[in-house]
Design a protein around this ligand. Structure first.
Ligand SMILES: Cc1cc2nc3c(=O)[nH]c(=O)nc-3n(C[C@H](O)[C@H](O)[C@H](O)COP(=O)(O)OP(=O)(O)OC[C@H]3O[C@@H](n4cnc5c(N)ncnc54)[C@H](O)[C@@H]3O)c2cc1C
Length: 317
């Protein structure tokens, strides 16, 4: 027996919104289906129809728009990893997407789905947070608005985007420029291809000397009920010398402001705390080295595997 009665493939955003409106809450958006269909294995669907948004050309593009890099919500993780624009100007996102699932998952799963699923551990989402991303939401009637990404997260798996009535259409972040760079790292169980024990993303901008951090953004997951911006750690880094001691202290502050849980399938709270103390300073170090243009820290996306994106980097001693 099929789990839904109707399957729609609109070609435009207004058409998708019209279909959703027609079903009055009894239709649901689907993109790659890698979260939604897993969810359906656990409980029967509360909808009659699926609205597949992957044939809407507007949602499938990555482009530069003035200072912004704009990524359509139905762009796949594989497409993001392959994008020269993202690799160069939003490196943390390319790295985060490169470790999601395995190749089969990355070929169909989308960035928009990763965001709307709203898991505190979602790798693409953690990277977007450190890039200070915004999300564009299209509502019934066709109005669109840009909202800061954190406003979308209401709790574990709970999004402010109502996927029975609205569409997440795009994500955007400011391209990193001179003396600025981002990095992503995660710790993962070796036998797993889903969700990290810990993911960390960092964006830094250095001052003209390259010796001091002018601004920093730090995000972590899963360490709270929603994808988490470590604002205390960011404040600790702003104005600090670009040196190991500063990175270590930022991790100490992050440990105080977040609250990782013990999860049955992945790791204990204590292990996650140890990993914050270990991984966060390393990710900051790589972001700083990239902002300085140091060769050892160049992204090596080809070399990453799905266990950990971070084994590859070692600062020259
Ligand atoms: C084997 C496996 C491994 C995985 N590994 C990882 C991992 O390592 N890291 C990680 O972060 N995730 C992982 N995932 C989860 C998943 O692949 C990602 O979250 C993926 O990005 C979801 O995208 P999707 O297009 O498949 O979403 P879908 O399943 O199509 O949709 C997810 C949710 O978002 C809604 N939705 C989707 N797009 C939109 C939109 N544009 N507007 C409004 N609502 C929308 C849907 O209604 C649904 O509620 C894994 C999944 C599997 C099956």
């Amino acid at each position: 027996m099929s789990k839904w009665q109707h399957y729609h493939r609109p070609r435009h955003v207004p058409e998708a919104l019209d279909i959703l409106a027609r079903y009055q809450g009894r239709a649901r958006v689907v993109a790659g289906g890698t979260d939604l269909f897993v969810e359906l294995l656990e409980r029967p669907p509360a909808f009659e129809a699926l609205v597949d948004i992957t044939a809407i050309p507007e949602l499938r593009t990555i482009r530069a728009d003035g200072p912004w890099i704009v990524i359509g919500a139905a762009v796949t993780h594989a497409e993001i990893v392959a994008s020269e624009l993202v690799r160069r100007h939003g490196t943390a996102l390319a790295e985060g997407c490169s470790v999601i699932g395995g190749p089969q998952v990355r070929n169909v799963a989308t960035l928009g789905g990763n965001v709307v699923h709203a898991l505190p551990a979602a790798d693409g989402t953690i990277a977007l947070l450190a890039l200070d991303a915004e999300a564009q939401v299209a509502s019934p009637g066709g109005g669109r608005r840009w909202v800061p990404l954190p406003e979308l997260f209401l709790g574990p798996g709970r999004s402010a985007v109502d996927a029975t009535r609205e569409l997440l259409t795009a994500l955007r972040f400011r391209a990193t420029g001179e003396r600025e760079a981002s990095a992503f790292g995660r710790v993962m169980r070796p036998q797993g291809v889903a969700l990290p024990i810990l993911a960390v993303a960092v964006t830094v901008r250095l001052d003209h000397s390259g010796q001091r951090i002018e601004s920093a953004r730090v995000s972590l997951g899963p360490v709270a009920p929603v994808p988490f911006r470590a604002r205390g750690a960011e404040s600790r880094l702003c104005g600090a010398p670009a040196a190991e001691e500063s990175y270590r202290r930022a991790a100490e502050v992050a440990l105080e402001e977040c609250s990782p849980r013990t999860s049955r399938h992945r790791a204990t709270r204590e292990y996650r705390q140890e990993m914050i103390a270990t991984l966060l300073p390393r990710v900051v170090e790589v972001a700083v080295a990239r902002a300085r243009g140091e060769a050892w820290a160049r992204p090596r996306l080809e070399a990453t595997d799905h266990f950990s994106s971070f084994g590859a980097w070692r600062a020259p001693s």
